[in-house]
Ligand binder design. Structure first.
Ligand code: PLP
Length: 354
């Protein structure tokens, strides 16, 4: 830190992304990316001369991209916002609506407390139940901005749309943000609620289910006024927040429903097979509806599985938070990668049983 750094931000603890080591070729199951490439249509449009247009700024209103998303999800274009990854959408939302404090679960996406810290917002932390389920009623009366992920990360667990509607209806003075980064892998979306309530924002990403993590593209749905709020922040920060190549890639990705379905279905099938295989080997596995599993094994406490797999050339994610210290988050890879994972786990278990 330099002597010039803001005193107010000196204690800020930045978000720590999953490691990206280059010392060898790992099977990467640590950052919930798709194991599959983007749609062929994405490649075609980028290769068809889009690079020449990079001399020009991107469209600050992202008209074509927002229209494609609005059409696909059958909402009004004025109900759509796009950002440089959903991380940027979340960041704008915290800045826009967090001034009276922000409430989120104790075990959830690691960026929520970082944004709260960055903007100096008061936080209200809602503990998950012992079994990692989230009781949305625990948010009631916590004035301010309410944020949670559905499905939650890293637990993979869901809440029902009925429960979300109850929360939104009974807290009309709070904006409720539902982070649906993983919704495409089998959870129920809260999207229809945006037509009924003016205090819900549904946030999505192209990173997990549309194979574009590296393109950085997130989006959000809400009533026209909430979207206007986000645009106020965006036009005060970076009017060209989504670059040209990413906007084109997003349009093609959203329109290629066949590839989207094929990839999502494969991941869901592999996830269920992996859950079964892990349970057969003595793991406790949550009922994840995402593109990862969340698992612990009595013989592999703390980061034992993480370390063992890393030695075997496989990266997974382990968090040091005491409440989940014996758990690991494992991204769903291809079937071949998953076979290699199971083989490595069998070797590790054999070793500890000796
Ligand atoms: C991955 C993830 C994000 C961030 O996604 P980007 O669009 O890549 O910024 C947001 N929320 C949750 C819960 C995530 O897991």
């Amino acid at each position: 830190m330099s002597v010039f750094f803001s005193q107010k931000l000196a204690a800020l603890k930045p978000y720590v992304p999953g490691e990206q080591p280059t010392d060898k070729n790992y099977i990467k199951l640590n950052t919930n990316e798709s194991p599959f490439p983007p749609s062929e249509k994405v490649k075609e449009v980028i290769n068809a001369g889009a690079i020449d247009d990079l001399r020009l700024y991107s469209d600050p209103d992202l008209n074509a991209l927002c229209s494609a998303i609005a059409e696909y999800y059958d909402v009004d274009k004025a109900q759509v916002f796009c950002g440089n990854g959903s991380d940027e959408v979340l960041s704008f939302a915290f800045l826009a609506w967090g001034c009276n404090g922000v409430a989120f679960p104790d075990i959830s996406y690691g960026f929520y407390p970082v944004f709260a810290d960055l903007y100096g917002l008061q936080t209200n932390i809602v503990p998950l139940n012992e079994d990692f389920t989230l009781d949305l009623k625990d948010f009631n009366g916590k004035a301010g901005f309410i944020v949670f992920a559905n499905p939650n990360a890293p637990t993979g667990l869901t809440v029902s749309t009925n429960e979300i509607e109850e929360l939104v209806a009974s807290n009309p003075d709070s904006v409720v943000l539902v982070d649906e980064a993983y919704v495409d892998f089998g959870a129920e979306t809260a999207l229809p609620l945006i037509n009924k309530y003016s205090n819900i924002l549904v946030v999505r990403t192209f990173s997990k289910s549309r194979q574009l993590a590296g393109a950085r593209l997130g989006y959000a749905f809400g009533c026209k006024e909430l979207i206007e709020d986000l645009n106020r922040i965006k036009f005060s920060f970076n009017p060209y927040n989504v670059n040209r190549l990413t906007a084109l890639a997003g349009i093609e990705a959203i329109n290629d429903n066949v590839w989207f379905k094929e990839c999502s279905d494969k991941i869901v099938n592999t996830r269920e097979a992996l859950k079964t295989a892990l349970k057969q080997r003595g793991f406790y596995v949550t009922d994840s509806k995402t593109n990862f599993v969340f698992a612990s094994h009595p013989l592999l406490p703390k980061d034992a599985l993480y370390k063992g797999l890393k030695q075997n050339g496989i990266l997974i994610r382990h968090f040091n938070n005491p409440k989940i210290v014996n758990f690991n988050r494992i991204t769903i890879g291809t079937d071949t990668e998953t076979e290699r994972l199971i083989e490595a786990i069998d070797r590790i278990l054999e070793e500890v049983r000796k």
